[in-house]
Design a protein. Structure first.
Length: 462
């Protein structure tokens, strides 16, 4: 019997996928420099690299795209999206952007100076990259339970409130141009943040006069976790919970490619009118006019529909049920995973699974390579390849607490049979896991190296 609710949709269009043979997969790995990002999509059987822009849009979204207004300025599509933004998020101002990292870039351009700090529960890769690119210092202040993969804590995405207050007092609020929080917490297992924690974080930032911005990529999943797990919210709608969340903040960034279930798009929203004017100038320079922000009108329409669909509770029950099912099946096969199940992805603890591979030899990379080699599955490393960095003061290499491999589930895309295949492949890897080699980097950029680095396996001499 299935452990998750049946899909609240019928399949109306399909795309063929094909498992190429193992020899061809090995050749593809070598050509890509053992970087899973370098594979061609036709070489991948089950693609769990990301849930960003890879989901299936609904018939209503496709229909909306057919009536997109492609006017350069003041398009109907912008005003349709604007009314949706007002209903869900409630901020005074917003601009569309071509995706979330563009919103992050523009926000950093207008508010961040070199040497300043930006605290959060955990920054994800593009947020961290945009802050570092401008000489800023992203700082993670997550609760300690986030690093205990088996802890049953229902809100492991929560900010450590004492750490946050102590950090602000230590650094000085004048050196912190904005504070953030990510919902759900992608870098730490797709774990949610409670409303109680969001309120407390908002109060702390407000008491120090620090603008509070939410990274809202998976806000809808976070609302449903609050509804399910937090006392006092069981009878509230996800829309009501969302409005309460964003009433606590001064602004938000979002990649609409996640919980708005579209292939491209994002936004930057805020209340401060003076900052909004600066943002408009930056947007026009880099993205496009303020009513299209680098997107076609049809994309704005798809986002307007998708934001509402992403809050539908039958969809969210199915969505969270898929990850819970995959976590449960992997646990049965002795695969260490982050518990409880997160919203958009399953996270394998590669450091615990492959203890013979040190952080400097990237156990997560080793596991992600082997998943493709064994079964044509593409995942992503979220460990020392993605998040290790050289301390700007000492030059010492700082490694993240956890060495993870993320299996991100595209929305409304794969069935339970696909998930069962993933379990079968990982089960086969477990049998021979002690023989997997580590990897070394041959070539990589300074920032966000996991996207384009090239690797080679480390062959140990007997």
């Amino acid at each position: 019997m299935s452990m998750h609710p049946p899909e609240p949709f019928r399949i109306k269009m399909v795309e063929s996928i094909h498992l190429i043979n193992k020899q061809d997969r090995e050749q593809a790995l070598q050509r890509a420099g053992y970087n899973i990002f370098g594979l061609k999509s036709d070489e991948v059987f089950i693609d769990l690299l990301t849930d960003s822009g890879t989901g299936a849009m609904s018939q209503d979204q496709w229909a909306a795209m057919m009536i997109g207004d492609e006017s350069y300025a003041g398009a109907r599509s912008f005003h349709w999206l604007s009314s949706t933004m007002e209903e869900i998020f409630g901020f005074r101002h917003f601009v569309p952007t071509h995706q979330g990292r563009a919103a992050e870039n523009i926000l950093c351009a207008v508010i961040l100076q070199k040497g300043q700090y930006v605290p959060s529960n955990m920054h994800f890769d593009t947020t961290e990259g945009n802050i570092r690119a401008r000489g800023g210092r992203p700082t993670n202040l997550i609760i300690k339970e986030a690093f205990d993969t088996t802890s049953p804590h229902p809100f492991k995405g929560n900010m450590d409130l004492k750490k946050l207050e102590d950090f602000i007092n230590q650094i000085g609020p004048e050196n912190i141009p904005l504070g953030m929080i990510t919902i759900t917490n992608n870098a730490g297992g797709g774990q949610p943040v409670s409303m109680e924690n969001l309120k407390a974080v908002s109060e702390i930032y407000q008491s120090f006069g620090i603008p509070f911005f939410i990274d809202a990529c998976r806000f809808a999943e976070n609302t449903y976790f609050i509804k399910l797990r937090e006392p006092g919210y069981g009878e509230k709608t996800t829309l009501e919970i969302a409005r309460e969340i964003f009433s606590l903040a001064d602004g938000a960034t979002m990649s609409a490619k996640k919980d708005a279930i579209v292939n491209i798009g994002g936004f930057l929203a805020l209340n401060d009118t003076e900052m909004f004017e600066q943002i408009c100038n930056e947007l026009i320079l880099r993205e496009g006019f303020i009513t299209y922000g680098g997107l076609a009108g049809r994309d704005l329409n798809a986002i307007a529909v998708g934001l509402r669909e992403g809050l539908q509770e039958d969809y969210l029950a199915y969505r969270l049920g898929q990850t819970e099912y995959l976590v449960s099946e992997l646990k049965k096969n002795h695969v260490p995973v982050i518990e409880p199940a997160g919203g958009h992805a399953v996270y394998i603890d590669a450091g615990k699974m492959l203890p013979h591979i040190p952080k400097s030899e990237f156990p997560g990379q080793a596991l992600s390579v082997e998943m493709y080699r064994e079964g044509g599955i593409r995942s992503v490393e979220l460990g020392s390849v993605a998040f290790a960095f050289a301390d700007p003061d000492t030059g010492e290499m700082k490694y993240p607490e956890m060495e993870l491999v993320r299996l991100a589930l595209p929305r409304r895309t794969y069935t339970q049979s696909h998930l069962d295949y993933v379990v079968k492949v990982i089960k086969a890897i477990v049998v021979n896991k002690d023989s997997l080699p580590g990897y070394r980097i041959l070539k990589a950029p300074k920032l966000m190296r996991h996207f384009s680095a090239r690797f080679e396996p480390i062959v140990k001499e007997l």
